[in-house]
Design a protein. Structure first.
Length: 465
């Protein structure tokens, strides 16, 4: 039966894609801890004996009858193992045999019928939940000089996003032009500050458009400096679902309710990266406003240090009411441990501070924490305010040669200013995570986290920066 399933999957690429997606979102679990065995030299892939040449037959004749019987039993046992391979091992074998490329927070499948046209199905996780879509990279460019990528994704929550990125590289210099439109129909807002209550959840819709350019220069192998110039459109309205709207729940006192705010964003950044799994410089667009500043802690790095600092001025082009400046600092350290199954420790310190003078910050532009990439154990965007401090710590183990486990603790706090630093108290989440690898790259991770607001289970697909 399993042999028939394997044959069918090999002929049907859509079935192979389905099996891969199921495994990527966590079906693998803790799985079987036995690796798939290779076919022995004395058997064919179907478990039948191969006709031996005359040299091998002569060697067999020199063995005693007992030795010959032992060899036959061993060959038969290996053949039985292949024919009785478990479901998880079978799915894992399909993943190994299928070309899967890993990109930031996404996985892309190389389906031969689509790959010839430069199109790849992609799957990922965002604020809109699990998404699926298509990635297009023109085939008339060489792979290592690919300057253009276009993607379009959507989710069951009616979330969708389209994005175009054009890249230019000249020696130490790198440049990007980017555009994105994102529709978030179910944004969540619980109020401002660390003392906000989960039962006050409200909903809103946010349509965001971004158009900009970014340039950077490498100073040696480990340092990157640069800046960006971006125009951002924000259109806020009523969200979908049965919950109350932001204005109904909190009134007109929340900054930005019912107002469309456009920002001209001018920013600069500095990055030092000595990790053994450093992001390629071709990913320099991670400092563009299209990217989330609170990226997850890298799952591939095992040693080294990372530091980035950024300042961005947001100029309100409609009025002067919503102009502000944001400062961001991100430091991470990875400490290896030379033990059999213990990989080591990972730490991250993140801080974001906002200054607006007499102006306000729209509630949907406040820095937030909560969710799989910041404060696990709480829902996405659970806490929002002008200023954020976050710490993450993980100890990582190997469970299987393709499955790793991490025990983690996250501590975060949001506040309006230094005078209100102690209000609301810090928030803590802790738990365990499992990540599945292929060719040294992470296909996906499942985190089970606990906090004062209950237990959450989150899934992230693709490599994390």
């Amino acid at each position: 039966m399993l042999r028939s399933v394997r044959d069918l999957a090999q002929r049907n690429s859509s079935l192979r894609i389905l099996l891969i997606c199921l495994l990527s979102i966590g079906i693998i679990g803790v799985g079987s801890c036995a690796s798939a065995q290779t076919v022995s030299e004395g058997t064919s892939p179907d478990g039948d004996e191969i006709v031996r040449d005359s040299t091998e037959q002569s060697a067999q004749e020199g063995l005693s009858r007992a030795d010959r019987l032992r060899r036959r039993r061993r060959a038969k046992a290996q053949g039985d193992h292949m024919s009785n391979r478990g479901f998880l091992e079978t799915v894992d074998r399909y993943i190994v045999d299928t070309a899967v490329s890993v990109i930031s927070n996404q996985i892309a499948l190389k389906v031969p019928e689509l790959d010839v046209a430069g199109i790849q199905p992609i799957f990922g996780t965002t604020t809109g939940g699990t998404t699926a879509g298509l990635l297009y990279e023109p085939t008339f460019f060489r792979a290592n000089e690919q300057p253009l990528r276009i993607e379009a994704v959507g989710g069951l929550s009616r979330y969708y996003r389209t994005e175009t990125l054009f890249r230019m590289e000249r020696g130490r210099y790198v440049g990007y032009a980017f555009a994105r439109y994102e529709h978030q129909p179910r944004g969540r807002f619980f109020g401002v500050g660390s003392g906000s209550v989960a039962s006050d959840q409200s909903t809103f819709r946010l349509d965001e458009g971004l158009l900009g350019i970014l340039g950077g220069r490498s100073l040696g192998y480990k340092v990157l400096v640069g800046g960006h110039f971006t125009y951002q459109l924000n259109r806020v309205g009523n969200g979908s679902g049965d919950g109350p709207q932001v204005k109904e729940q909190f009134g007109d006192e929340v900054p930005g309710v019912g107002e469309n705010v456009d920002h001209l964003m001018i920013g600069g950044f500095f990055e030092y990266d000595s990790r053994d799994a450093s992001a390629q410089r071709t990913l320099g667009h991670r400092f563009a406003p299209t990217e989330n500043r609170l990226r997850s802690v890298s799952l591939e790095a095992s040693r080294g240090f990372y530091l980035s600092a950024e300042v961005t001025r947001n100029v309100d082009t409609r009025a002067e009411q919503y102009g502000f400046t944001r400062y961001t600092l991100d430091a991470r350290e990875f400490l290896p441990v030379d033990k059999e199954l213990l990989h080591g420790f990972a730490f991250r310190q993140f801080a974001s501070f906002t200054q607006s003078g007499k102006g306000e910050v729209p509630f949907y532009r406040l820095q937030s924490i909560g969710g799989s990439r910041s404060l696990r154990g709480y829902g996405g965007g659970r806490f929002r305010d002008r200023n954020v401090i976050l710490s993450n710590a993980e100890v990582r183990y190997q469970v299987w040669h393709k499955l790793d486990m991490a025990l983690f603790t996250d501590v975060g706090h949001v506040f309006n200013d230094v005078g209100h630093l102690g209000e609301g108290g810090v928030r803590v989440g802790y738990g365990v995570g499992f990540q599945y690898r292929k060719d040294g790259k992470t296909l996906g991770r499942i985190d089970i986290a606990r906090s004062t607001e209950g237990t959450t289970v989150t899934v992230d697909l693709g490599s994390l920066f």
